[in-house]
Design a protein around this ligand. Structure first.
Ligand SMILES: Nc1nc2c(c(=O)[nH]1)N[C@H]1C(S)=C(S)[C@@H](COP(=O)(O)O)O[C@H]1N2
Ligand SMILES: [Mo]
Length: 301
């Protein structure tokens, strides 16, 4: 695995992150501290080193409703899913459509290590040391066409091994999407592993999206279809309850879920002692703010 370290927050490596943020700020045309409307999160919170959750925690506390709605269900059931061979269909407004064997699609991508905050809309959070590649790199290879404005994703549906699909706990296949500029943002990752190990099935093997500034449900797992489109695609949770789950769903401590506060989050791990911490605007990734210029961030989208 070729490793290129960018945007990493490690326990003992704070300075490179600070430099990286500064570089991003310059590239993004943001004046230091110059974001209006309280978008920029406190500097101290931004640069604090992140302590990743343990592999055990990340693999045992999951949301993957195809395998059941309990947090332990995916770990118990997802092992039965066959992830090799795996095919991904690419279609829509794209120069290189087709049904690809996974390795033909992503075998030449550069795998990086990215330690990201992960914030579920249910107000819990983890820190995950992902391995993956930038979705933008894959998109460059696939060649989005002129009219493409959105990207849509679809998860595998394999009823024989997916009890949640058999019980129809959601309308499957699970679908998600991003605006194309969000998809091209360098923070947007396609994960293939974590902690240097292949993804466990419950984490979305063999290929899952990771969008660290959005609520976790945007990070769709076990992807079998990628579609480039000119229309905002339907998304599973939005379709189920549009009032509670928007298409954008950027992490925002100032906009509560209709049924609970989003101002703080329960940190998973730490043994018997669960702690709470303040939730950060854009989950602590203020460099994405320019993507939403002109949008009223006091309302949920
Ligand atoms: N296909 C699919 N993808 C999914 C989900 C799901 O139920 N099905 N749950 C989402 C939610 S709500 C969260 S919080 C994350 C959880 O990822 P993790 O279990 O790897 O932490 O996956 C997201 N991706
Ligand atoms: Mo979630």
């Amino acid at each position: 695995m070729a490793h290129r370290w960018t945007n990493t927050l490690t326990r003992n490596d704070i300075t490179p992150k600070a430099l990286w943020l500064n570089r991003r700020a310059v590239l993004g045309g943001m004046a230091a501290g110059g974001l209006a409307g309280g978008i920029a999160a406190p500097a101290a919170a931004q640069s604090a080193p992140l302590e990743p959750n343990t592999l055990e925690e990340i693999r045992s506390y999951n949301n993957f409703y195809e395998f059941g709605t309990g947090k332990g269900d995916p770990a118990e059931n997802a092992g039965a899913m066959q992830t090799d061979p795996w095919q991904v269909t690419v279609d829509g407004l794209v120069d290189n459509p087709g049904t690809y064997a996974l390795d033909d699609l992503i075998g030449d991508m550069t795998i990086e290590d990215r330690i990201y905050r992960f914030r579920c809309v249910e107000a819990w959070s983890m820190v995950v040391p992902w391995n993956g590649f930038e979705l933008g790199d894959l998109l460059q290879k696939l060649g989005p066409q002129e009219g493409a404005k959105f990207i849509a994703f679809e998860t595998a549906v394999i009823p024989e091994v997916m009890p949640g699909v058999r019980r129809r706990v959601l309308d499957f296949p699970y679908v998600e999407g991003l605006r194309l500029d969000e998809a091209m943002h360098p923070l947007t990752l396609m994960a293939t592993g974590l902690y240097g190990e292949p993804l466990a099935n419950q984490n979305g093997a063999p290929l899952r999206l990771v969008v660290p500034w959005k609520y976790g449900f945007k990070s769709i797992k076990s992807i079998v279809r990628i579609t480039l489109t000119d229309e905002m695609p339907p998304t599973t949770w939005n379709r189920l309850n549009a009032r509670e789950y928007g298409f954008y769903s950027n992490v925002n401590p100032n906009v509560d879920h209709p049924r609970w506060s989003q101002a703080s989050e329960r940190v998973i791990g730490g043994g018997l002692f669960s702690s709470r911490q303040d939730t950060l605007m854009f989950n602590g990734y203020p460099e994405v703010a320019p993507l939403y210029e002109g949008m009223d961030l006091s309302v949920a989208y």
